[in-house]
Design a protein around this ligand. Structure first.
Ligand code: BES
Ligand code: MN
Ligand code: MN
Length: 459
């Protein structure tokens, strides 16, 4: 074992309990960015991150206000001639709903079977905190090999609407060599991997309005089109029986992978039976002609995220509702453009609306897809670091999720990202009982300093 691995292993062992206690403190703050009633908690989480960055050895730390939630910025410049790593992450979390489906309260972290259960444990507080503790450790052991700039935001889960503006305004201090992000997952703890691509996103909200008021479903039913039914039919028609999306032009810009690339992608270990069992479904469904790994990695999708209308309270109410609504997201792949896809959707949706309803379409946040290079020095550094701590060379994969800011970093700062995530797809992020392995948390803290070392070595 090399000296650095020895030292960090000792440091982690001695401080493991404190690391977890501190993370628990952060997890107890319900920093839900989507819900304004938690705005004070979001602010408290920013203050917590800022304090911990200072304690860990950052020279300049500030809580930078935005029109929405603040961005925590901190840096430590040790030598202008050394490479600079910009660490990005987010301290905001998804709403905990449905809260009654949690086994333990979402903001009262507990360890069960070696896993930390809490909203944000994996996405992304646990992974952000690994970076802060790895940074502390590098400072404490005198092994920091790069300059570091931290950019931890509070609006990732709501589309990072204000980060772009902040990045543009702070361009001069965001000079660096690489963006390092731990906000993705690995295939399994015994199959380490690095995501080399993220999908983009177009998020739409639609409304279909029929009669000018809610009607008695007996008095009027049968004579007036029901907007819920109409909306359902419109939505259903947007995908054919082969799982192809029918919006004209939707696939025009999709980059098809070569046969070799597809073969490579499908080498990722994947057990369909276990996958189905874990999800509690008897059969999978997706675009015909593609494997599950391809369906989530390299193909665009259209999914209903929510649909509502009419009476949804207890018991029954006979009503023919005036309107129906839905939220629909589309995951995008290179080279689709979020704005173009949102426009295609809106045009198509309006076109297929029957005369029985009036429709409204609104675009929520979006984000562009990215592919991160696997032949770069930074990717090799991450790969070597993981190989050292996991004992196996990580395989490159394509992630289905989105981190919209990654494409923007490339555009605005000209910087590539490395997605060195330590979560697992089965960690229930965004779902009840989100958890994060204590093993993964500690492995992250052990691996990050090695990334810094290998990254500095080749520079
Ligand atoms: N960390 C996730 C993205 C992710 C998870 C990528 C797992 C790859 C693997 C991130 O916090 C997230 O949830 N992003 C949102 C997008 C955002 C605009 C709401 C998403 O993917 O839905
Ligand atoms: Mn995240
Ligand atoms: Mn998330």
């Amino acid at each position: 074992m090399s000296e650095l691995v020895m030292e960090t292993t000792d440091y982690i062992k001695t401080n493991e309990k404190r690391f977890l206690d501190e993370l628990f403190e952060l997890l107890r703050i319900p920093s839900v960015s989507a819900d304004s009633k938690y705005a004070g908690d979001v602010k408290r989480a920013a203050e917590f991150i800022s304090k911990k960055l200072k304690d860990a050895g950052a020279d300049k730390v500030e809580i930078s206000p935005t029109k929405g939630h603040p961005i925590v910025y901190g840096e430590k410049i040790i030598d202008k001639n050394l490479p600079t790593v910009i660490v990005y992450g987010h301290y905001d979390v998804q709403p905990a709903d449905p809260v009654n489906l949690w086994t333990s309260p979402p903001f009262e972290p507990v360890i069960k079977d070696g896993k930390i259960y809490a909203r944000g444990s994996c996405d992304d507080k646990g992974q952000v905190y690994m970076h802060i503790k790895a940074f502390e450790m590098m400072n404490a052991t005198g092994t920091l090999t790069c300059n570091v700039k931290f950019m931890i935001e509070g609006e990732e889960e709501v589309g990072s609407a204000n980060l772009g503006e902040w990045v543009r305004a702070n361009k001069s201090r965001l000079t660096g060599d690489i963006i390092l992000i731990s906000d993705t997952s690995m295939v399994a703890n015994d199959t380490p991997s690095i995501e080399a691509g993220l999908r983009g996103l177009s998020y739409m909200e639609v409304e279909a309005v029929g009669p000018n008021r809610d009607l008695h479903s007996g008095v009027y039913g049968g004579a007036v089109a029901n907007p819920i039914q109409v909306l359902c039919e419109m939505i259903t028609s947007m995908k054919d029986k082969n799982g192809h999306i029918t919006i004209p032009g939707f696939y025009d810009d999709v980059v098809e992978l070569t046969k070799e690339e597809r073969t490579e992608l499908n080498r990722t270990p994947f057990n369909e039976e276990e996958y189905k069992k874990d999800l509690g479904v008897d059969e999978l469904f997706g675009e015909i002609g593609f494997t599950t790994l391809e369906r989530t990695g390299i193909r665009p999708t259209l999914e209903l995220n929510g649909i509502w209308g009419g009476y949804m309270g207890e018991g029954s109410k006979t009503v023919l509702p005036s309107k129906a609504n839905a939220k629909i997201s589309m995951r995008l792949v290179p080279n689709q453009k979020s704005e173009k896809i949102s426009n295609l959707f809106a045009e198509h949706f309006k076109k297929i609306a029957p005369k029985t309803v009036k429709v409204k379409v609104m675009a929520h946040h979006g984000g562009e897809p990215v592919v991160t290079p696997t032949d770069s020095h930074a990717f090799s550094a991450a790969s070597k670091a993981i190989e050292k701590t996991y004992g196996k060379k990580p395989i490159p994969t394509r992630g289905g999720g989105s981190i919209p800011i990654v494409a923007l970093f490339e555009e605005e700062l000209g910087l590539k990202s490395v997605l060195m995530g330590f979560g697992l797809d089965s960690d229930n992020i965004h779902s009840p009982d989100e958890h994060y392995g204590v093993f993964n948390f500690m492995k992250g803290i052990e691996t990050i300093p090695l990334f810094f070392r290998y990254f500095a070595e080749g520079k």
